[in-house]
Design a protein. Structure first.
Ligand code: HEM
Ligand SMILES: *[C@@H]1O[C@H](CO)[C@@H](O)[C@H](O)[C@H]1NC(C)=O
Ligand SMILES: *[C@@H]1O[C@H](CO)[C@@H](O)[C@H](O)[C@H]1NC(C)=O
Ligand SMILES: CC(=O)N[C@H]1CO[C@H](CO)[C@@H](O)[C@@H]1O
Length: 333
């Protein structure tokens, strides 16, 4: 009797110790993001960020596409840890890689402004990675897209290297299999990849990123035959050969400033700007999803929200990993 009781209480102690170890282990390695992460220490963070984004947007529309793309590029290189924000005096940080050449400065500026506003009220509490995730949601809403709750609790990364960028971001010449494998590496499905590509309903592309489809597609077909001929003409007028490299065109020629499903209708109408856009319709494997999104705005909205939340989980650092940067463009020490 006595032995049994002692045995069971030491079992309970063992159980307690194991539970505590499990909880500690979890908070160190796979702590989960949560929606109310800053409820106690910075309860107004979402409102502060939203106001900073609105102010920046009232100065320039580019705020919207630039910030959305910045979030994507951050998450696909070293995870969503604001590593893309780091400015290096040597010009060898993530943002200095050739793939980043076209990241518009307004995205960086949006995050910097939002961070400054947050620091004024809750110094040292909210990570730049979380602020970038919130700004990406806010710009989608400002453009007329769906609202959603953002999971929080990311920590800022401690590395940012230009050399980590190549091969981790998709090329506009990519076909379905390459897109799928790159997104799969980031735990994103084909459906989620197609939904996230809908971000190309907004923003600009420099001529050089698709000029091959206008002038040098193949020797037999210099103009990509999968482009609508009238659209190809329009693009050639906007992007003559040897055009100034700073010239950019709207990626959704129909509703360029609205976050909507017209991007998918454009693909059906052979008005996808990049090969990586057009293949989503021309490849039989992905075509049903494109048709669904083209015909059902709510189907696209729901898929986009789910995919953005999953994008926001890629490679996140939580618990005591990384740091909470004071200045988003520099490591703390
Ligand atoms: C699926 C593979 C993707 C490829 C190949 C791709 C490629 C590109 C390229 C080449 C540009 C033009 C950059 C320039 O010349 O200025 C661009 C712009 C853009 N991309 Fe993507 N992208 C992809 C997915 C995404 C995703 C997942 C998002 C966000 C969720 C995104 C958001 C944007 C936005 C908003 C712009 C416009 C940026 C601006 O106007 O400043 N893209 N993309
Ligand atoms: C979007 O949703 C979040 C919470 O889910 C809310 O805090 C925020 O105010 C909403 N944004 C807008 C513009 O309604
Ligand atoms: C993908 O998910 C697995 C399992 O949850 C996780 O271990 C891994 O870190 C994730 N990969 C990325 C890039 O987030
Ligand atoms: C916005 C931004 O910082 N872009 C940088 C990307 O990389 C190029 C090439 O090194 C830099 O010149 C840009 O300033």
């Amino acid at each position: 009797m006595d032995r049994v009781r002692r045995g069971s209480s030491s079992l309970m102690v063992l159980h307690l110790v194991l539970t505590v170890l499990m909880i500690m282990g979890r908070s160190r390695s796979d702590a989960k993001l949560t929606k109310n992460f800053y409820a106690a220490r910075c309860p107004n963070v979402e409102l502060i960020v939203q106001q900073a984004v609105s102010t920046k947007f009232s100065q320039t529309f580019t705020t919207i596409p630039a910030t959305l793309r910045l979030f994507f590029h951050d998450c696909f290189v070293e995870g969503c840890d604001a590593s893309v924000m780091i400015a290096s005096p040597n010009g060898d940080a993530e943002k200095d890689a050739p793939d980043n050449l076209s990241l518009a400065g307004d995205g960086f500026d949006t995050v910097i402004k939002a961070k400054q506003a947050v620091e004024a009220q809750c110094p040292g509490v909210v990570s730049c990675a979380d602020i970038l995730a919130l700004t990406a949601r806010d710009v989608v809403v400002l453009a007329g897209g769906p609202n959603f709750s953002v999971e929080l609790g990311r920590r800022d990364g401690l590395t940012s290297q230009a050399s980590r960028v190549a091969g981790n971001l998709p090329e506009p010449t990519a076909h379905l299999a390459e897109l799928n494998s790159l997104f799969a590496k980031n735990n994103l499905t084909q459906l989620e990849m197609i939904a996230l590509s809908g971000a190309h309903t907004l923003g600009f592309s420099h001529c050089s990123r698709f000029a091959n489809r206008l002038y040098s597609f193949t020797p037999a077909n210099p103009v990509d035959p999968s482009l609508d001929p009238t659209y190809a003409q329009q693009l050639m007028a906007e992007c003559p050969q040897n055009v100034d490299p700073s010239i950019a065109v709207q990626m959704d020629p129909v509703t360029p400033t609205t976050f909507d499903n017209v991007y998918y209708q454009n693909l059906v109408n052979k008005k996808g700007l990049f090969t990586s856009d057009e293949v989503l319709f021309s490849d039989a494997e992905s075509q049903p999803t494109v048709l669904d999104f083209a015909n059902n705005p709510s189907s696209f909205s729901a898929a986009f929200v789910t995919a953005m939340i999953k994008l926001g989980r890629v490679g996140v650092k939580t618990g005591t990993a990384g740091e909470i940067r004071t200045d988003c463009t520099a490591f703390n020490s």
